[in-house]
Design a protein around this ligand. Sequence first.
Ligand SMILES: C=CC1=C(C)c2cc3[nH]c(cc4nc(cc5[nH]c(cc1n2)c(C)c5CCC(=O)O)C(CCC(=O)O)=C4C)c(C)c3C=C
Ligand SMILES: [Fe+2]
Length: 503
Amino acid sequence: MPDQQVDQNPNETGDEAADRAGARATDRAGDQATDRAGAQATDRAGDPAGPARDQATVESAGASADPSADTSAALPSQASATRATPAADHTDRAPGDRPDERRKLSRRSVLAATGGAGLAVGAAAGAGGHALAASDRPLELASIGSTAVPFHGTHQAGILDPAQARGHLAAFDLKAGAGRAEATALMRRWTKAASAMTEGRAADSDNQVALDAGPASLTVTFGFGASFLKKLGLPVPTALTPLPSFSADALDRRRGDGDLFVQIGADDALVAFNALRTLQRLAREVALPRWQMNGFNRSPGATARPMTTRNLMGQIDGTNNPEPSDPGFAAKVFVPAKGEPSWMAGGSYVVVRRIRMLLDAWDHLPPDRQERVIGRRKTDGAPLSGGSETTKVDLGKQKPDGSLAIAGDAHIRVAAPEANGGATMLRRGFSFHDGFAADGAPDAGLLFVAWQADPRQGFTPVQRKLDRGDGLSRFLRHESSALFAVPGGCAPGEYVGRRLLEG
Ligand SMILES: C=CC1=C(C)c2cc3[nH]c(cc4nc(cc5[nH]c(cc1n2)c(C)c5CCC(=O)O)C(CCC(=O)O)=C4C)c(C)c3C=C
Ligand SMILES: [Fe+2]
């Protein structure tokens, strides 16, 4: 049993600083988070008005104070204004997703979405003959705020897109008496609101919490649990069969499963909160929150050069994720267009696990032992078989003494698709920190989120293997678990789940 005592390793800070200084940029096409971070840093660097505009505030944005009013149109002052500096070219994602163009497709200027949500500051003063006080100036959004991820498409947003700096995962349960009609009405309301908010527009009953924030790469992703289908008398897909138990499970069932799933991600905490709060308000008559988890990632643009994110154990995490350009990627992550059930075409199954890290025990471990547990270097994520972060892992490589360069119980050996009959999933998680437990240990870890066409060929065989012989497992505790069917995306005017609810 790992030691739970609070412990500080004096070398760690120095090591981490050195790690960061020496961190090598990854140029992988599939590394969305790093691409976006770099692109946003570039956007800002090339935008001389950036810092001044960042400080501008909006006194009157023209939004209706009546929460019942339909405010889903662009806010008046935003819609009529023009943007002083064009944003980088963020092309819309085409239905049918060409994932190899994700960086380009996953972002676009909010200008395109709203007809001009980013507002000019300097122009107003010049033409009008008087300079506006900073507080009177209309707001112009900086690149992080103005970036929008298209809501509509073959797949729902929030799966292939880079993981944002803030995340909320939540499940809702239908209220007693709510049936298919109420669920359908709710999915219509949720879809309309999500579509508006991801474009930087206020949703119905918007509370102005994120009025001046822009879309900030907001994605909203909806899913259905097996219990939802059962309550509505609908057949449950075999892929949605509950996950088996694992020996290391210490699950809190109240924080697991649920009828309806919502994943929210945004690069602005207020935008993320506002989205969740809006959806919760719109659900009020039909469904109540069951559980909620809050997570975070590194802020986009935080590093001068793109980097794969680090988790709370300090490891570079996400390197060997499958990439959309990999052969067979779509078939492994998404239900095919002609797949079963038909309402899941273009959809994916998501496994959500709250995995607590036993960080005090982990921090006791010297860096070389930590690296052995994973099979990669902490500094730059390079495999212990040699090379750099993106070098293909050589599981057969031996050290001069004949021992394996990547240990038999190293996490990347045990989890590798080669060791699991090709089992593959797309990992896209968030770190969490919910304070400290009674014994002083951090209640922190990973909100593990894994996407696959069928968990029986993705998460389950890998977790079975990890459960038996993974060197990392003794530093982890799986505290909650959920599985949801996430249907394909919808076209404008449609709503998510229509093929299920009207099928
Ligand atoms: C059942 C699947 C997995 C769970 C649960 C899991 C938990 C978990 N992982 C890390 C840290 C790292 N994981 C890494 C790679 C990796 N992990 C899984 C699967 C699960 N991880 C896979 C399939 C892989 C890729 C293996 C390969 O093919 O090389 C890495 C290395 C970097 C990377 O490739 O992402 C790290 C680091 C933590 C901290 C954790 C639970 C909290
Ligand atoms: Fe892992």
